[in-house]
Design a protein around this ligand. Structure first.
Ligand code: PMV
Length: 336
């Protein structure tokens, strides 16, 4: 029986969150903490899923019911991704698909990071599923096809999102990204002197997107104005990043944090950690992602790493060691 293991990286939003949902750019980097997914063809007409980190333990259902009925929260991204790729292939090459589809599938996932951090485990697991199943069925997908099917999966499951996390998982590296993959500009950078601080609070991305949407419905011109300012910040930040002008990049992160505060997605815990990082000597610091919790990022002079880490801990945050600019989705192992 065929068995394939793939892995995809998590991500950190650098600048541009929320505005990127509304046709603006953002900067995102892939991190060295990965999701691994193993897919196996089995003889029984059953779909098995074991994803312990999201509390899905040895789930089983008939293959023909994939994507139907009540799907546990943690299983949705993988199961809907399977449904989407099978539908896509059935349309693309109906004759080939019948010959290649195995009777059943068994999927196991394993994460190197907690799904509490907001490192994009949902997007990375959707991308792993599409990549692994396409390899198993021997359909060579382009990165764009993997992106499109994975992004469709995210929209099917959560209804909104820019796809920036999907792009990080597919392409890796550090990317200047516009909503839905309209622009995916891979930036050549070697390293990024960052510290990641976890707030200890789990944030719900969709809730925060909806909160910002309510504000935008009430104050359309003001919020549109904020998105435009964030766009300018992201565009300047891209230049600073490419020049390794950390001082300016840090200042731009601080501007971005000001606008995120204005959108109402920061909170006192995040603010405390951000201000502690700046006080400890960071060039700049901001929340990363939807806000409301999850992580902050601080851009630092290397000689200040210890001081900033201590300041983050003193403010109640914990430091998570990550390396940025990691490789995108890849096959780890296959057995035929
Ligand atoms: O919650 P996270 O870390 O996945 O980040 C969400 C970022 C948003 O811009 C708010 C949403 C999106 O899909 O771009």
């Amino acid at each position: 029986m065929k068995k394939i293991t793939v892995s995809a990286p998590g991500k950190l939003m650098l600048l541009g969150e929320h505005a990127v949902v509304y046709n603006k750019p953002c900067l995102v980097t892939a991190i060295d903490q990965r999701i691994r997914l193993t897919i196996e063809a089995i003889n029984k007409p059953e779909f098995h899923l074991h994803a312990p980190e999201v509390a899905v333990l040895h789930n089983k259902k008939p293959m023909k019911e994939i994507g139907q009925g009540a799907i546990p929260k943690g299983a949705k991204f993988v199961e809907i991704a399977v449904k989407n790729i099978l539908n896509f292939l059935a349309e693309k090459s109906p004759s080939a698909i019948d010959m290649r589809i195995p009777s059943g599938l068994k999927i196991t996932t394993k994460s190197e990071f907690s799904s509490q951090y907001g490192f994009g485990s949902s997007a990375a697991s959707a991308v792993c599923t599409i990549k692994a199943l396409s390899e198993l069925l021997k359909f060579k997908f382009t990165p764009e096809e993997i992106f499109d099917l994975s992004y469709k999966t995210i929209l099917d499951v959560q209804g909104s999102g820019s796809g920036f996390d999907v792009a990080a998982a597919v392409y890796g590296g550090t990317i200047y990204f516009v909503t839905g993959g309209k622009t995916v500009d891979q930036l050549t950078i070697s390293h990024l002197p960052l510290i990641v601080g976890y707030s200890g609070i789990k944030a719900d991305t969709v809730t925060l997107i909806n909160q910002v949407k309510e504000k935008a419905d009430k104050y359309p011109q003001i919020i549109e104005g904020i998105y435009s300012e964030i766009e300018k910040i992201v565009n300047e930040a891209k230049v600073s990043l490419l020049k390794k002008d950390w001082q300016s990049l840090g200042e731009l992160m601080n501007f971005n944090q000001g606008y995120l505060d204005a959108l109402g997605v920061s909170n006192s815990k995040l603010s405390d950690i951000i201000h502690a990082a700046r006080g400890g000597g960071a060039y700049g610091a901001k929340l990363s992602g939807a806000g409301g919790g999850d992580c902050i990022i601080a851009l630092i002079p290397e000689k200040k790493r210890n001081t900033v880490e201590k300041a983050i801990k003193k403010a109640g945050g914990s430091v998570i060691k990550v390396k940025t600019n990691a490789e995108g989705v890849r096959v780890e192992d296959n057995v035929y």
